[in-house]
Design a protein around this ligand. Structure first.
Ligand code: ADP
Ligand code: MG
Length: 205
């Protein structure tokens, strides 16, 4: 099916490099990367461990800044945005599923999912309702009051996905979503990602 997209890329990297200083030496995690992602696209970036995938995802999600090069979101140079604009851009545009899920250990599944909705200013009742609906849709109806250490890896990842979806992002980004999962969870996850990609842009690294 043809997808009609805006002529301006959702995401545009132009000659992006990111180096890390390590004592006297310097690690070049990304070297002159240029990449456009249009709204609705499904993009998978493959590379061996240490090739810069997570670094790229952090830059795209505005959690980090490049050493050189220019990064545009919907045509806006991210370097020109003030802190408040950047914060709301990040909140409204990106849904993150990190490699290690990064769930709050002392919070329940439902509370974890509610966190971004709190920042988005949704009232408590709506937050709880949305969190419950997402949990149910991910097959975790009866796990809302469980803490991360009471959940399997696949279940924690589903909570992380629900947390990413609660603010209805334009682009969902997943860092090695198959890593550490059993074959059943991987199958389930692949199907879920495929379904979600009908409604939003997806970036897999
Ligand atoms: P991948 O996700 O593809 O495994 P990463 O983006 O995590 O790769 O890392 C790319 C390279 O950058 C690696 O050599 C890694 O050690 C280095 N690196 C990543 N983050 C940092 C950091 N915060 N400080 C120093 N080096 C880093
Ligand atoms: Mg990584």
């Amino acid at each position: 099916m043809t997808k009609f997209t805006s002529p301006i890329p959702l995401i545009s990297l132009k000659g992006i490099s990111r180096s890390f200083k390590n004592g006297d030496s310097e690690i070049k995690a990304l070297n002159d990367v240029s990449l456009d992602i249009y709204e609705g696209e499904f993009v998978a970036i493959m590379g061996q461990s240490g090739s810069g995938k997570s670094t790229l995802m952090n830059l795209i999600g505005c959690l980090d800044r490049p050493t050189s090069g220019t990064y545009y979101v919907r045509g806006y140079d991210v370097a020109d945005l003030d802190q408040d604009t950047l914060a709301s851009l990040r909140r409204d545009t990106f849904g993150f599923i990190f490699q290690r899920y990064n769930l709050l250990a002392t919070s329940t599944a439902v509370e974890n999912i509610e966190v971004p909705a709190t920042y988005a200013g949704l009232d408590a009742q709506h937050r709880r309702e949305r969190a419950q609906i997402l949990l149910s849709s991910l097959g975790l109806d009866d796990r809302g009051s469980h803490r991360p250490n009471q959940l399997s890896g696949g279940q924690q990842q589903r909570v992380a996905i629900a947390r990413a979806l609660v603010s209805e992002p334009t682009i969902l980004m997943l860092d090695e979503p198959a890593g550490g999962l059993g074959s059943q969870d991987i199958e389930w996850m692949n199907q879920l990602i495929k379904n979600l990609s009908a409604d939003m842009s997806v970036l897999l690294v």
